[in-house]
Ligand binder design. Structure first.
Ligand code: FBP
Length: 275
């Protein structure tokens, strides 16, 4: 882990990474309710919102669309990924080099490690290579730290998520992206396990504004440094109100209620101070 507060993907110590690698990871099914978002340019437009500090995409999308947005969006290139067609033990093909990511303009790189998978050893060895190469290019490394595999049925258990953050710290990530472990206490422990490394929450499938912002608030109060989110943003027909809410909860440390206009500003500030 290196200090990355002066990186373009960090703003006031926090990051909001808009992930759009779902066409590979899940398939086009994720776009069924919002077919217009199949056009990557639409999601790049969303990433121009001030709240978003980077867009995370695979190299094919980066090559094709980032050039039109390079002045308005910071780029995180995901270096590995697997399709949902793969039925084997969790694994992820390395499909882009750090060198190529840097060449196409990346401000950071991302890499998935499935700790606990039968393929953990190979994935960690691959991570070693990309982490050391990223250091040569001065690019922060975000680890999608997702323990899962044969022996790990519940990948959001508190002990699993704290292991995920610690594993990322010890392997040299600069940010660990982990699933929310279900409670503020568990998230706080996961953040403590990460030492000074930043921990961001993974968005997950689409929920209501209230539910989503409350979980984000909980993450921030637990010492989290923001989130990496996909579906909860771009599966909304108009993501702007939710992004405005994230601005309030993440950067202004307001409560979810205040961000949604459900309580007075004074109440929100008091609540935020009390934690
Ligand atoms: P979401 O906020 O939509 O969950 O996106 C975050 C992300 O990590 C994506 O980068 C990735 O495609 C997806 O989640 C993978 O989720 P899972 O492996 O749990 O299906």
């Amino acid at each position: 882990m290196l200090p990355i507060d002066d990186s373009p993907i960090v703003r006031d110590g926090k990051s909001v990474i808009l992930a759009m690698d779902h066409g590979l990871e899940h398939g086009p099914v994720d776009f069924e309710d919002v077919p217009e978002k199949l056009d990557p340019a639409q999601v790049f437009e969303t990433a121009t919102h001030d709240t978003v500090t980077a867009i995370a995409v695979q190299k094919g999308i980066a090559e094709g669309y980032y050039p039109s947005y390079e002045n308005d969006v910071n780029l995180l290139v995901k270096l590995n990924g697997t399709s949902n067609l793969w039925m084997g033990e969790p694994d992820s093909a390395v499909n882009c080099s750090v060198e190529y990511a840097a060449e196409i303009g990346a401000d950071a790189v991302g890499f998935t490690v499935y700790g606990g998978s039968n393929h953990e050893i190979e994935m960690v060895e691959e991570f070693r290579e990309i982490q050391e190469e990223a250091r040569e290019y001065g690019l922060p490394v975000v680890m999608w730290s997702y323990p899962r595999g044969q022996g790990l049925k519940n990948d959001t258990k508190p002990s699993t998520i704290s292991y995920a953050t610690r594993l990322a710290l010890e392997l040299g990530a600069d940010i660990a992206k982990v699933k929310y472990p279900g409670s503020r206490e568990a998230m706080a422990h996961a953040c403590r396990c990460a030492g000074d490394m930043k921990v961001v929450m993974s968005g997950g499938s689409k929920t209501s504004d209230e539910e989503f912002l409350s979980t984000v608030e909980s993450t921030i109060r637990s010492g989290g440094s923001g989130l990496a989110v996909g579906r909860n943003v771009w599966q909304r027909e108009d993501p702007t109100p939710l992004l405005d809410g994230l601005e309030s909860v993440i950067y202004e440390e307001q409560t979810a209620g205040a961000a949604l206009g459900n309580e007075s500003e004074a109440d929100a500030t008091d609540a935020a101070i009390e934690g």
